[in-house]
Design a protein around this ligand. Structure first.
Ligand code: NAD
Length: 541
């Protein structure tokens, strides 16, 4: 097995990997990948190229530019120049770019599915979630940006005399730092609302998945986005993160809680805003009245989508004692039948982990749990016979507090099952975490489901679904409580965070001061009477 340097990715491999044969690359050509790298602005002092290793096979997919702080400066300058003109364009025109992008992404889905799979090793159905997500977000902001951005008329200081509007102006250039796990969704869906709001953008994708981001940018150009407005810099987060945050007007970060803290500190130093979409240790509660068949299928989707490398995936299952045996038996049997593979078709249920670092972490969590007494109900082993970083979908019983897996995010295909006696206990255990990203409740009574959901400390809670119901509801905010993040994506919040709110008031008739000839004392009496009256006029409250 290869060993990597501290920054996962490829630069530190001990032996030269073989080149992935063209016949295993589906619709993706190596020349096409080379052309994508031409979208990266170069400052002339880039380091030796970095490589993407395709996790499904361990072979090298392609090389790409190793950006430096100078590359970042060049990218921000270009985006800033293009932004002032873009902000002047009609909002309807900007929305139209998103609607064309919606159509293009669906039309070119086979190509991007191939590329996502080659860069991440995931199963094709997990890659398709990304395509659907980009289409949903493009459509939502393509049709609703104007409604959120306004300008909206607000109640004025003096009714009839003060007219007030709320405007939203773009921040300027927004910096994005994104992870490898959903490389299309995470690179693009947060940028779309920023762009439609009139901003420029500079994205630093994870170093494992630069080509998916570049492909997505190329398609945005085809949808009509001005060429320089959205820049991508490729390289290591530890080298490019600081210069990026130092030069942009807002930063939207998605990744681990550990890196999120570094980003937040740097943003605070510059007094710029930031949103942080971070880690999770997400619980799912199965109540005694739940449809068990549906709950088992939901758990499979929730725990093993993208081989568990999903911030909102389920890692803790709490099952009502009365149905615990039946549920876990069915779950274990169903998990044991899951198929593994990363071939470019829809056959496999689950794909590979993304890197040796991910495999090491998953193996370490399972080993620690088993050594301390946890029982493996299904899976539990790496599968080098399928590919270098494959690990079986795994169900553990008897996880206790002294095991790392109990509270630390595994970010892999491993879930623990525990029984509970009462709903109170289930809620308490679900909330016993420093994270608060996503949760699920399974019950045949939707009202009970909503009541339980409202008591869970998580930014999204799904009733009778694992994560897709809230995630796909783009009109509603999505993000984390506690150490799972700051700020929200989706909905009005996911758009307005990229803007400065500006209030404009026009005063007419009389000033908000004592009119000529009226003394301050009389004015204060007049105002007191008027304020008392206003309290009772329904339309003015
Ligand atoms: P990571 O924090 O290591 O990397 C994320 C990004 O940050 C990458 O682009 C990386 O290059 C960059 N980076 C690394 N060091 C940096 C630094 N010092 N300054 C600035 N940027 C830096 O995260 P990861 O381990 O690659 O991703 C998995 C994590 O992301 C998990 O914890 C997962 O839960 C989380 N995640 C959260 C969401 C969400 O929406 N809440 C979505 C996807 C992933």
């Amino acid at each position: 097995m290869v060993t990597l340097t501290e920054d996962p990715g490829i630069a530190g491999m001990e032996t030269e990997p073989s080149l992935l044969p063209q016949e295993e690359m589906g619709s993706i050509s190596r020349e096409g990948l080379r052309q994508l790298t031409e979208l990266v602005p170069l400052a002339g002092n880039e380091g030796p190229p970095l490589q993407v290793i395709s996790p499904g096979t361990g072979a090298m997919l392609a090389e790409y530019p190793h950006g430096t702080p100078a590359t970042v400066s060049k990218a921000v300058r270009r985006a800033r120049r293009a932004q002032s003109e873009w902000a002047e364009t009609n909002l309807v025109e900007r929305e139209a770019v998103l609607m064309r992008y919606h159509d293009l992404i669906l039309a070119h889905r086979e190509e991007i599915l191939d590329l996502i799979q080659l860069e991440t090793g995931k199963a094709r159905k997990s890659a398709f979630e990304e395509v659907a997500d980009v289409a949903l977000v493009s459509r939502y902001y393509g049709l609703n940006a104007e409604r959120h951005l306004g300008p909206h008329q607000r109640k004025g200081a003096l009714p009839g005399l003060t007219s007030t509007w709320e405007h939203h102006r773009p921040k300027g250039v927004v910096g994005f730092i994104s992870p490898w796990n959903y490389p299309l969704s995470m690179a693009i869906t947060d940028a779309l609302p920023a762009l439609v709001a009139g901003n420029g953008a500079v994205l630093k994708p994870d170093q494992q998945t630069p080509f998916t981001a570049l492909w997505a940018l190329q398609l945005l150009h085809r949808a009509g986005l001005p060429y320089d407005l959205f820049q991508i810099v490729t390289g290591k987060g530890s080298e490019l993160g600081t210069p990026l945050i130092d030069q942009v007007d807002y930063v939207a970060f998605t990744g681990s809680t550990k890196t999120g803290r570094i980003v937040a500190r740097q943003a605070a130093e510059r007094l710029i805003g930031c949103s942080l979409e971070l880690g999770g240790k997400n619980p799912m509660i199965v109540l005694a009245d739940a449809d068990l068949e549906s709950a088992v299928e939901g758990a499979i989707r929730g725990c093993f989508a993208n081989a568990g490398q999903l911030c909102i995936s389920i890692e803790r299952l709490y099952i009502a004692e009365s149905v615990f045996e039946r549920f876990t038996q069915r779950l274990a049997a169903r998990v044991s039948r899951m198929t593994l593979g990363s071939q470019l078709d829809f056959e496999a249920d689950m794909g590979s982990l993304v890197s040796p670092a991910q495999l090491d972490k998953v193996e370490a969590h399972v080993l620690d749990a088993v050594t301390k007494g946890a029982k493996v109900l299904a899976g539990g082993r790496a599968r080098p016979d399928i590919g270098p970083y494959f690990f079986e979908p795994t169900v553990l019983q008897g996880v206790t507090e002294e095991m790392e897996i109990c509270s630390e995010e595994t970010f892999g295909p491993v879930v623990s099952v525990s029984p509970f006696d009462s709903v109170e206990e289930a809620i308490e255990r679900a909330n016993d975490s420093r994270y608060g990203l996503n949760a699920a409740v399974w019950t045949s009574d939707a009202e009970v489901g909503r009541e339980v959901a409202a008591r869970i400390e998580a930014g999204t809670v799904n009733v009778n679904e694992a994560y897709a119901a809230t995630w796909g509801s783009i009109d509603a905010p999505m993000g984390g409580f506690k150490e799972s993040g700051l700020g929200r994506r989706h909905g009005a919040e996911g758009l307005l965070k990229y803007t400065e709110a500006q209030t404009i008031s026009v005063q007419r008739g009389m000033p908000i001061a004592s009119p000529a000839g009226v003394g301050e004392k009389d004015f204060s009496e007049l105002m007191t009477g008027a304020l008392r009256l206003l309290r009772w006029i329904p339309g003015l409250r």
